[in-house]
Design a protein around this ligand. Structure first.
Ligand SMILES: NC(=O)c1ccc[n+]([C@@H]2O[C@H](COP(=O)([O-])OP(=O)(O)OC[C@H]3O[C@@H](n4cnc5c(N)ncnc54)[C@H](O)[C@@H]3O)[C@@H](O)[C@H]2O)c1
Length: 348
C-alpha cells in the first residue's frame, strides 16, 4: 500500500517530535517541510533529508503531500490550515485547534467543504489509561458522574516565555497556562464528562513578566449532565507535578496521573479491575511535560500519525476528530470570559 506523504508546516520545537514520530510509522513518510523563516526550514530539511519551501502556496501544490501537520504558533493555525484544506490536503493540527472558537470553526468548515480529514493532536486521549476510562464510562460503570477534577500544576521558567515572541500573547498563544498547557487535560475533561453548561473562574499572572496571559487559573464548572468539576492550572508551580485527573461517579471513581492510573475503584469490582490497578497502566510514556515542554515522548504523536494514515486509507473516523477539539477551546474561552467579567459564563 502507498505510504501517506506528510508535509510539516512550522519547523520549531514540536515539529521535531512529528518528524521523529513519522520515522516510526510504517504507512507514512515525511516528504517536505515549510517554514516562513528560511534558515529554520533549511536546518530542519537538512536534518531530516527532505526538501523545504518557504512559500506556502508552492508547498501546498506538491503532489507528494497527502497530509500536512500544522505546527505553527496556534494563532496561525487557521491561516495555514484553510489554504491547506482548499488544496485538498488532509490535516493533523497541533493543539489547541486555534485561539478562538470562531477561528477554530474556520478550520473545521474549510475541511468539511473540501472533504478532507481534520485530526487534532490531543495525544493523551490515545493512552490506554484514558481509553479504559472512556470504555468504563460508556459501559455505565461510573453510574452518574458527579465530580471531575483537573489539576495541571506545571512549571515554565521565564526563559520559556522569552523563547518566542508569540508565547504568552492573546493573538498567537490564545491564553496561558489553560490554553497552552492545561488544554490537553481540559480536552480529556470534555471528552470524558461532556459539554459544560456554565463556568466561574479566576485567572492571574503571578510569577512571569512580559506576558499578556494568565500563568495561574482556577475554575468551577457545571456540566450539561449536572456533574460539577474544578480546573486548576498553572505554569508557576515549581518544580511541576504530573497532570492529575479525577472522575468520580456514584458507582466508581478513578484517578489518573499523567498516563498512569493511580486509583481504579468500582462498587462492582471485577478481577480485570484488580489487574488494571496492579499494573497501573504505567510505562506508556505519553507524558505531559510538567517541568519542561520538551520532556515528552513522541509516542502519542506516532499513534496520531498512524491513526490519520489509516483514516486516509480506509475512510473511518479519526481517533481525535477536529470537531471534537473545539470543546477545549470553547471551555477555556468561557473561563476567560468569566474571569474577565467576574460573572458566571453560560455556554450556548
Ligand atoms: N502536542 C503537544 O504536546 C505540543 C507541545 C508543544 C507545542 N505544541 C503546539 O505546537 C504549535 C507550535 O509550537 P512550538 O512550540 O513548536 O512553536 P515554535 O515557535 O517552536 O515553532 C513554530 C514555527 O512555526 C513557524 N511559523 C510561524 N508562522 C508561520 C507561517 N505562517 N507559515 C509557516 N511557518 C510559520 C515559525 O517560524 C517557527 O519555526 C503550537 O500550536 C503549540 O501549542 C503542542
Amino acid at each position: 500500500m502507498k505510504k501517506i506523504g506528510f508535509g510539516i508546516i512550522g519547523t520549531g520545537v514540536i515539529a521535531e517530535f512529528h518528524a521523529a514520530a513519522l520515522k516510526d510509522v510504517e504507512g507514512a513518510e515525511l516528504v517536505a517541510v515549510c517554514d516562513r523563516v528560511a534558515e529554520r526550514a533549511q536546518a530542519f530539511s537538512e536534518k531530516y533529508g527532505v526538501p523545504y519551501e518557504c512559500d506556502l502556496d508552492v508547498f501546498l501544490a506538491r503532489e507528494d503531500i497527502d497530509a500536512v501537520t500544522i505546527a505553527t504558533p496556534t494563532g496561525v493555525h487557521a491561516d495555514v490550515a484553510v489554504p491547506a484544506a482548499k488544496a485538498g490536503k488532509h490535516i493533523l493540527c497541533e493543539k489547541p485547534l486555534e485561539v478562538t472558537v470562531e477561528r477554530a470553526n474556520r478550520i473545521i468548515d474549510a475541511c468539511e467543504a473540501s472533504g478532507v480529514v481534520l485530526a487534532s493532536v490531543f495525544q493523551l486521549r490515545l493512552s490506554l489509561s484514558v481509553q479504559l476510562i472512556k470504555k468504563a464510562i460508556k459501559e455505565g460503570r461510573f453510574g452518574k458522574i458527579v465530580m471531575a477534577t483537573v489539576q495541571v500544576k506545571w512549571f515554565r521558567d521565564q526563559a520559556y516565555y522569552d523563547s518566542g515572541k508569540w508565547r504568552g500573547t492573546w493573538a498567537m498563544d490564545g491564553g496561558g497556562a489553560l490554553m497552552n498547557q492545561a488544554v490537553h487535560t481540559i480536552d480529556l475533561l470534555t471528552y470524558l464528562v461532556g459539554r459544560p453548561e456554565s463556568v466561574s473562574a479566576y485567572t492571574a499572572t503571578l510569577t512571569h513578566t512580559g506576558i499578556e496571559v494568565e500563568d495561574t487559573a482556577a475554575a468551577v464548572v457545571k456540566f450539561e449532565s449536572g456533574a460539577m468539576g474544578t480546573i486548576e492550572a498553572s505554569t508557576s508551580c515549581a518544580p511541576g507535578f504530573p497532570l492529575h485527573l479525577e472522575i468520580c461517579g456514584e458507582k466508581g471513581s478513578v484517578v489518573l496521573e499523567d498516563s498512569d492510573i493511580l486509583r481504579w475503584s468500582f462498587v462492582d469490582q471485577t478481577p480485570e479491575d484488580d489487574a488494571i490497578l496492579a499494573k497501573g497502566i504505567a510505562g506508556e510514556n505519553i507524558k505531559g511535560g510538567s517541568s519542561d515542554p520538551k520532556a515528552i515522548s513522541h509516542e502519542g504523536h506516532r499513534r496520531l500519525i498512524e491513526d490519520l494514515s489509516e483514516v486516509i486509507q480506509t475512510g473511518r473516523e479519526p481517533m481525535v476528530p477536529g470537531r471534537e477539539a473545539l470543546g477545549a477551546v470553547e471551555l477555556i474561552c468561557g473561563i476567560y470570559e468569566s474571569a474577565k467579567s467576574g460573572q458566571t459564563y453560560f455556554f450556548e
